[in-house]
Design a protein around this ligand. Structure first.
Ligand code: APR
Length: 246
């Protein structure tokens, strides 16, 4: 039997703890292209997975810095959408009942007022040092440039996002794993489910007995283990699913 959105609404109502894992699709209706769709114009010639690595940054710091500047520029016009807002309203109205885990680096869940967002892949709006900072790096503001750098030792600034091949922030991943272990329902929203360990969280939830719901207009690699697949955009679906909680 095809489980529809009214069934999922009952599951949410019954759930003690809802874990939500979001991907780029939850920001699509805010006008932020999904990670794999962002490659337009000058950037169409590059595979994002070849730009978002430390090796690429060390080899072509200006090119990769400019790519992140391009993505940051696309973000300036973006606002949280009805899906972000519905999740944040639910979490504020039901403290401790909804854990929000995101792969997104666009900061839109946080700007929607989502408490305690677990940002597995970091934040596009923040920078950090490429190499461990020395006293000289902290003693003065970085010298402007593409990228900015320490005027004394040349240490480069880098976007505070997780690159392919890098470890996820241990605190965010640990908190996400705990939420997944404890939840009795997991909503997987707007992710192609191709990237681990994030996608592995859906597997872990299902294996510990939680119900699993996919919210995505397209099929994903996780559909086969889901209890329900809602084939619709998240900015329309989430307010409906959560509305009596707003
Ligand atoms: N509502 C819900 N889902 C949507 C919508 C929408 N309006 N529009 C698109 N989608 C879905 C697409 O069908 C796709 O399955 O969002 C998903 C986006 O998939 P990706 O572009 O692969 O983004 P994501 O799954 O977040 O990628 C995961 O991989 O590349 C790394 O670090 C990067 O965080 C990213 C991670």
């Amino acid at each position: 039997m095809e489980m529809g959105r009214d069934t999922v609404r009952v599951w949410i109502n019954e759930a003690r703890h809802v874990a939500v894992l979001t991907g780029a699709g939850v920001s699509a209706e805010s006008g932020v292209p999904t990670f794999r769709d962002a490659q337009t114009g000058l950037w169409a010639q590059f595979d994002p997975q070849e730009l978002a690595t430390e090796a690429a940054y060390r080899a072509h710091p200006e090119r990769v810095w400019d790519w992140y500047a391009h993505r940051r520029a696309m973000l300036t016009k973006a606002e949280p959408n009805a899906g972000h807002l519905a999740l944040a309203a639910f979490a504020r109205r039901h403290p401790g009942r909804l854990s929000l885990i995101t792969q997104n680096v666009d900061g839109l869940h946080q700007r929607a007022g989502q408490p305690d967002t677990m940002a597995l892949h970091g934040a596009l709006g923040a920078d950090r040092w490429l190499d461990a900072p020395r006293a000289c790096c902290e003693a003065q503001a970085p010298q402007d440039g593409r990228p900015p750098a320490c005027a004394t030792c040349g240490n480069l600034r880098r976007p505070a996002v997780v690159w392919f091949g890098e470890n996820l922030p241990a605190d965010a991943l640990g908190a996400a794993e705990s939420a997944v272990a404890d939840c009795d329902l997991m909503l997987v929203v707007g992710t192609s489910g191709q990237v681990y360990p994030a996608a592995g969280l859906a597997l872990a939830a299902q294996q510990q007995g939680a119900r699993l719901v996919m919210i995505n207009p397209e099929p994903t690699e996780l559909d086969s283990i889901a209890d329900a697949c809602l084939r619709e955009p998240s900015a329309r679906c989430l307010p409906y699913l959560l509305k009596e909680f707003l």
